[in-house]
Design a protein around this ligand. Structure first.
Ligand code: NI
Ligand code: MN
Length: 226
């Protein structure tokens, strides 16, 4: 599987049968390596409802006729706006033409909009994808939690982990997450998009290496073959 980082928590995963886009936040992210209008994908996987994960989902879903895979509430929301969707919930897995997707736990919030009347966006999730004999875990926005250890049983090839702190795990907890998840390679995400989540991914990679873990910090636009 081929993984391309588009910035923040947005990745394109190219499997043998489909192109999967995770958490598109492109046009409002000055660090993104691509504009929403230029993305090509078949499925859009959303970890939770926050705008920095779903911002460009609808426009891309409609233009590419892509199916949005997300929790039930987010799925219903985008279905009402005219997108093709597939709703799920944590613990549930489904076999798609390209492989299996399971929604996993995440400790975070999930809502759309802001101010006094946000729209309920279900619970925040992680996304586990198994395709072409490989497995990839996109942690979404989450705190560190003990149940991450259960995901190691799958045998993770790739883990995408937030390190920005403030809204999610910071580097210190992400290092513990690596001990729990034991991926062959991890890619940090959800950092440097705004001043409040500024981090040094090379320092994180070096610390991870010191604990026996492999971390590849991708610049927006860079690709990893896993
Ligand atoms: Ni969030
Ligand atoms: Mn976020």
């Amino acid at each position: 599987m081929k993984l391309t980082y588009y910035g923040h928590s947005c990745f394109l995963l190219e499997t043998a049968k489909a192109r999967l886009l995770f958490d598109p936040y492109l046009d409002d992210n000055s660090l993104a390596s691509i504009k929403a209008a230029d993305v090509q994908c078949d499925f859009i996987l959303l970890s939770h409802a926050h705008d920095d994960h779903t911002g460009d989902a609808l426009s891309i879903a409609k233009r590419c006729a892509a199916t949005i895979i997300a929790n039930y509430e987010i799925s219903e929301y985008f279905s009402a706006k005219g997108a093709k969707t597939h709703g799920m919930n944590p613990g549930g897995a489904h076999l798609f033409p390209f492989g299996r997707v399971k929604l996993t736990l995440a400790h975070h919030t999930s809502s759309m909009g802001a101010g006094l009347t946000p729209i309920y966006g279900g619970v925040a999730c992680g996304l586990l994808v198994q395709a072409d004999g490989k497995s990839l875990y996109h942690a979404g926005d989450t705190a560190l939690f003990m149940d991450m250890q259960l995901l190691a049983r799958v045998g993770l090839d790739v883990a995408l982990l937030p390190i920005g702190d403030n809204f999610t795990m910071g580097p210190e907890d992400a290092l513990i997450a690596l001990d729990f998840l034991k991926p062959k390679v991890a890619v940090p995400m959800h950092y440097n998009t705004w001043p409040g989540i500024a981090q040094d991914p090379s320092a994180f990679a070096a610390q991870a290496a010191g604990k026996g873990h492999t971390v590849r910090a991708l610049k927006p636009g860079e690709t990893l073959e896993a």
